[in-house]
Design a protein around this ligand. Structure first.
Ligand SMILES: Nc1ncnc2c1ncn2[C@@H]1O[C@H](COP(=O)(O)OP(=O)(O)OP(=O)(O)O)[C@@H](O)[C@H]1O
Ligand SMILES: [Mg+2]
Length: 264
């Protein structure tokens, strides 16, 4: 039996605010294998982000155990947690989290500066090529569309060759077509490059692109099921009207398959 790249058992998280305690997680157990593409769904306040933050080593649980790729995360200090984050995980957020005045290529270089990697420019350009944005490398966030900004953020998450991508509402600020383009990218990263993806979403349409749907309710997992035939984003995209600005230069849309892979 496979060990599971993520294995959490009986996780709880209590936030204490003065006299008040919030039971954000009330005993969550979850095993995720390498190569899975999982949607985490559930109502607002049910504990999805809390769970993702713990899985992402950004926060610690109150109790319970967490193994990530064979490493016992519970016993680690802050520096070791940061190291695990850098080596294994890539993050994508709803609000892109880009720095305002910096060109795309430099945003993508940032995680490599923290970890002291060489060939940073080349690797950043390869990651931008993977998300179909080579021609926007010199653009600052204000000079990019929302979908392009999210693709820069995905390139930044990819550039360190993570085994897992954690995405919290990655399409929350994007319209339908652009969301579908992000799903094209995620399905390609998962299907062709074998990257394990965990994605929080409250949109059932977006969740239907994954292979497995985990529902969280009131701090617990309420259901966990395989998605029988996931929606295929490349197919769906063909049925959606193209935006007015599309000028056919080959880099406005997502390139599938042919793009360079950063070190994989
Ligand atoms: N830092 C914090 N301090 C105190 N309480 C918190 C904190 N973060 C979250 N909570 C509380 O924990 C519960 C779970 O929050 P969480 O952010 O995990 O929900 P969520 O499922 O991600 O919701 P949403 O869909 O709105 O993003 C909520 O009741 C929330 O108010
Ligand atoms: Mg949340």
């Amino acid at each position: 039996m496979k060990e599971g790249i993520i294995r959490i058992e009986n996780l709880t998280k209590i936030y204490t605010m003065g006299e008040m305690k919030v039971n954000a997680l009330r005993g969550v157990s979850l095993k995720i294998d390498e190569g899975e593409f999982v949607a985490i769904m559930g109502p607002s306040g049910s504990g999805k982000s809390t769970l993702m933050n713990i899985i992402g080593c950004l926060d610690k649980p109150t109790s319970g155990s967490y193994m990530l790729d064979g490493i016992a995360i519970n016993g680690l200090g802050d520096n070791e947690l940061a190291e695990v984050r850098n080596k294994k995980l890539g993050f994508v957020f709803q609000s892109f989290n880009l720095l305002p005045r910096i060109p795309a290529v430099e945003q993508v270089e940032l995680p490599m500066i923290y970890s002291g990697v060489a060939n940073r420019r080349q690797r950043a350009m390869e990651a931008l090529a993977m998300v179909g944005l080579s021609k926007r490398a010199g653009h600052k966030p204000t000079e990019l569309s929302g979908g392009e900004q999210q693709r820069v953020a995905i390139a930044r998450a990819l550039v360190t060759n993570p085994s897992i991508i954690l995405a919290d509402e990655p399409t929350g600020n994007l319209d339908t077509r652009v969301s579908e383009e992000i799903m094209v990218l995620f399905q390609e990263l998962n299907g062709e490059h074998g990257i394990t993806i965990l994605m929080v979403t409250h949109e059932s349409d977006i969740g239907a692109h994954t292979k497995r749907r985990v529902n969280v309710r009131d701090g617990r997992i309420s259901s966990d099921e395989l998605v029988e035939s996931p929606l295929q984003a490349t197919e769906r995209l063909k049925t959606m009207p193209k935006p007015e600005s599309e000028n056919g230069n080959g880099e406005n849309g997502i390139q599938t398959g042919s793009a360079a892979v950063a070190g994989r």
